[in-house]
Design a protein around this ligand. Sequence first.
Ligand SMILES: [Zn+2]
Length: 262
Amino acid sequence: MSEPEITWLSPDTAQIRQPKSSHWEAPFLFLLFGRERSLLIDTGATNDEAVFPLRATIDRLTDEWLRRNRAVFTRPYPLVVAHSHAHRDHIAGDPLLVRRPGTTLVGTTPAQVISFFGFHSWPDETVEFSLGRRIVDVIAGPGHEPSAVAFFDRATGILFTGDTVLPGHLYVRDRAQYRATIERLIRFRAAPTAPLVELRGAHVEMSATPGVVYPPGTLDQPDELPLPLSPRVLDRVLSALDASEDAPGKPVVRKRFVLVDE
Ligand SMILES: [Zn+2]
């Protein structure tokens, strides 16, 4: 077993990467701490704790954060587990957290996501979710998958985009909805609730060589591109969508992503 890769993006924000050795998809998970609760975005591609000990990792990071912030909190400190979208490699770890004390799992169907976050006019809507003195905007994001959302963390300025926008394959499953989602994110970028610093998706598949992608199944990516993307990438995704309309079914290769119309 190799350890998950932990990066603190801020004192209250942990990025967790599932080890490549446990699953070639090696998705990224994010744990955001607030004054009243924490939010885990995604649970990874496996429920095998022998290869990726999700529960132990969440417990360890939570203990560490609570220790640092001891005076402020009473226990149990609640955890909400939500998902960027419902594909298997982002929800497989859910069963490992079901019985964790103080933990609420958000369901993975569009109806469950809509009802938990309180959307009234999905998908043309952004709603607020409070962690306690820390607000996350939940932006409807279907197109790659029907229940997909993006999370904008006002505290760090990071837009968590799941598989909708990432340095790798952008699989478009519903073209009209995907386009509407990219346009929604561009509108959000034009009037963000806090300065928008960068996008972080759920995988890295691009190499550092522009336009060169590691094929699905790759376990060793010595030259991979860093995860964060500039907010400007949204314009390039939109123009790649236009290009793909001109040549349906043909992957559109750009420097930092490959758009694949499915
Ligand atoms: Zn994925």
